[in-house]
Design a protein around this ligand. Structure first.
Ligand SMILES: Cc1ncc(COP(=O)(O)O)c(C=O)c1O
Length: 377
């Protein structure tokens, strides 16, 4: 099987990720922060170590990192925890439902929401769409459908200049692109997922807080501290971490990030760019391919269609005839599909990992060539 669906989740992980999860499950670890005995202390040490590893990767301190189950949970905590009826937020048509749905919920309870339309976006468009009373920019800087990117650093500078809160969805960005230097960034919340290009296990992710952002807890409950308070602690990261942590998963995530740092983010980024360029160059010789996006050094994601074929049909044929796993249909980004006119056809999405090989990409191109030529299926 050739797996080209990294944007959904990473299938091939560095071996140290599974080793760390195994250690998490067999290493006699207790509940971190719940008790002072050896196993509880050992678990707390592992979580603290993982927090430091994530902090190093993102260029922040350990206590600016809160763990969550995935990017969806982190985005819900960021959006619902930081915004309210008095806010006016700007987002774009690239937003994933993990951002759109919490934003729509807030809109129903009185927040003003502006959505920048169109599939090709620039920093200038974002700047022009800001209103005098805009309070927050809520942005996905790497489209999960096309891989198109927006300049995260320039958006942060714009938010700093205008005194706006920045909430960014790094689900596709983290591990694909290096983190800009965040030292001068404005009040910011960065949501990441662990199981895609940070190569961690599913069920991991988190939120990073920069600057003075006041967050209301979205989930409340046991925190291991202040047991007699009626309210959940409001200090970060505890404000985002109600209940028992996924210790084994967090250890696996730290191992994934450790591998990424050892390998070198730039080496990973370069290899992913080569994969994309090679694939896109090969597509040029295949008749009937419609390619979507491709702006501003896109990430390792390619969205395409084969003439008028339904994207789900193409995916099924790739899977059944060639053993190639890619994703078709809609990709949880409804406004992107509306802007691109692919609501009914969907798009076939190919996405590459560091572990994808040149040979796998060539086989995928060959399979598309055969499908485009109308081979049997
Ligand atoms: C851009 C984007 N945001 C958010 C998510 C949600 O990530 P998770 O499944 O980790 O919650 C995804 C997942 O595909 C995504 O691509």
């Amino acid at each position: 099987m050739i797996y080209l669906d990294q944007s959904a989740t990473s299938l091939h992980k560095p071996p140290q990720v599974a080793e760390a999860v195994y250690r998490g499950l067999t290493g006699k670890l207790g509940n971190p922060g719940r008790g002072a005995h050896g196993p509880a202390r050992d678990a707390l040490k592992e979580v603290a170590q993982a927090r430091r590893a994530l902090g190093r990767y993102f260029g922040v301190s350990a206590l600016q990192v809160a763990f969550a189950s995935n990017a969806t949970m982190a985005l819900n905590m960021a959006i619902k925890g930081a915004l309210g009826p008095g806010d006016r937020a700007l987002t774009t048509s690239w937003s994933h439902n993990a951002m759109l749905r919490p934003l729509y919920q807030l809109q129903q309870s009185g927040m003003t929401l502006d959505i920048l339309p169109g599939a090709r976006l620039s920093i200038r468009d974002i700047e022009n769409a800001l209103k005098p009373d805009t309070t927050a920019v809520v942005i996905n800087p790497m489209s999960n459908v096309s891989g198109d990117t927006l300049p995260l650093d320039a958006i942060a500078t714009l938010c700093l200049k205008r005194g706006l809160l920045l909430i960014a969805d790094l689900a596709q960005w983290a591990g694909v692109r290096g983190m800009p230097d965040v030292a001068e960034w404005p009040r910011t919340l960065l949501a990441f997922t662990g199981h895609k290009s940070l190569y961690g296990p599913q069920g991991t992710g988190g939120l990073i807080k920069l600057g003075d952002v006041s967050l209301c807890p979205v989930f409340v409950g046991g925190s291991g501290i202040h047991s007699f308070d009626r309210d959940h602690p409001d200090a970060f990261p505890e404000v985002c971490e109600a209940g028992t942590a996924n210790v084994a998963g967090i250890m696996g995530l730290a191992a994934g990030v450790g591998w990424l740092m050892e390998t070198g983010q730039q080496a990973v980024t370069d290899r992913l760019s080569e994969h994309r360029s090679h694939f896109v160059a090969g597509l040029r010789n295949i008749p009937g391919v419609t390619l979507y996006g491709g702006q501003l050094e896109p990430g390792p994601v390619v969205a395409l269609n084969l003439a008028g074929q339904d994207s789900a049909w193409v995916c099924e044929a790739l899977d059944r005839r060639f053993g190639i796993a890619v994703r078709g249909g809609a990709h949880c980004a409804p406004l992107w599909h509306e802007a691109m006119g692919t609501v009914s056809q969907g798009v076939v999405r190919f996405s590459f990992s560091y572990f994808t090989t040149r040979q796998e990409i060539d086989l995928a191109l060959d399979a598309l060539r055969q499908l485009a030529a109308g081979g049997p299926c």
